[in-house]
Design a protein. Structure first.
Length: 349
């Protein structure tokens, strides 16, 4: 261990260094390449414009849960579902680019010997692969979607760079962007054969690698937030739910072109995002693990809890990473599922 590494470990502890080492080795040993691990031209992965699996889930998608959507013809439901799926993928690619900008700004400030440098570069490499994978999928779906809403699209280069200089906020934002997509994709995979096979394959790869990225962001906050002063920690407590609520809106709410293209009434869009009881349940469900993390970090107090509630993202916490959302808490208790280890532990196996 070099002198600079020794100083780094002294400040952040050996457990954090070990976690970074495991995550970095995982990125070397368990990685995906979009053009090696997906056979894009395989007949079984071919996309079909008439595939009923494009129809939005009435349980997991806030628009799919509306009576208006369910009353549309099967053909119309497929068209809307295909456009929405492609746009969410496009938004995901744009968010990955913001993350890369922020991480690059951050790592270039790190001292020699920092284990964070290596892992962040691994993560950025994986995010570049994800952008390629997402864009290839969009091209094959064949729908010309815009992705991010206009304001965020214009601000995204500045947001990424600014995040590199406010690194705690950057990592709160990383979780705010990654967690809703990760939660949604896992829920879709759990439903079984409800997705076109190529879309499912892309989701599987993204979930596998994104688990490392989310684990790193959580570990980063666990060691960096305790070093903050009381004022900065209080500000982080307020920034956490604000970042979650802002970014879930940018990622999950489609741009205005969507409603215009499919003549979706304004009241239906309001119902779906996020005025109805069903859509509010979906919204709050994205953040069970983040509420657990906020509590563990000491960022959940009466004031911040009131903010989570006012933003519509309060609710129960999770018992373990990746716990499925259940409508009835009694069902969760009755299942008596074992607590699974963290992703760090999984990668060490």
């Amino acid at each position: 261990m070099t002198l600079s590494q020794s100083s780094w470990v002294e400040r952040y502890g050996p457990d954090y260094q070990q976690a970074l080492s495991i995550l970095s080795e995982g990125s070397v040993r368990r990685k995906f390449d979009p053009y090696l691990d997906i056979d894009w031209d395989a007949p079984e992965l071919a996309l079909d414009d008439n595939d009923p699996r494009w129809v939005l889930s009435s349980e997991l998608d806030p628009l799919g849960a509306t009576e208006w959507y369910r009353s549309q013809s099967p053909r119309r439901q497929i068209e809307i579902g295909k456009w929405r799926t492609a746009n969410v993928v496009k938004v995901g690619a744009a968010f990955e680019s913001v993350l890369i900008r922020g991480l690059m700004q951050y790592v270039m400030k790190l001292r020699n010997g920092s284990p964070e440098f290596r892992y962040c570069l691994h993560e950025m490499t994986e995010e570049c692969n994800h952008i390629q994978m997402f864009q290839e999928l969009i091209n094959r779906i064949g729908v010309d979607v815009p992705g991010m809403r206009p304001a965020f699209r214009r601000l995204s280069p500045l947001i990424g760079v600014a995040g590199g200089y406010a690194h705690i906020i950057l990592f709160l934002g990383i979780l705010g962007g990654e967690e809703p997509i990760d939660h949604y994709q896992k829920a879709m995979i759990r439903q079984g054969e409800t997705l076109p096979p190529l879309v499912e394959r892309v989701m599987q790869i993204h979930i596998a690698e994104e688990s490392r990225h989310i684990s790193f962001a959580e570990e980063f906050l666990r060691v960096h937030i305790p070093n903050l002063g009381p004022v900065d920690k209080a500000l982080c407590g307020l920034a956490f739910p604000l970042a979650m609520r802002w970014l879930v809106g940018e990622i999950m709410v489609p741009p205005a072109e969507f409603a215009e293209r499919f003549d979706i009434p304004a009241e239906v869009m309001d119902e779906a995002f996020w005025d109805s009881p069903v859509s509010r349940r979906i919204l709050a469900g994205y953040f069970g693990e983040m509420r657990t993390l906020a509590r563990e970090l000491g960022l959940m107090n009466p004031l911040t809890r009131a903010l989570w509630e006012a933003l519509g993202i309060d609710g129960p916490t999770t018992r373990y990473r990746g716990e499925p959302q259940r409508r009835n808490p009694a069902v969760a208790a009755a299942t008596q599922l074992p607590v699974v280890g963290s992703v760090v532990g999984w990668l060490a196996a």
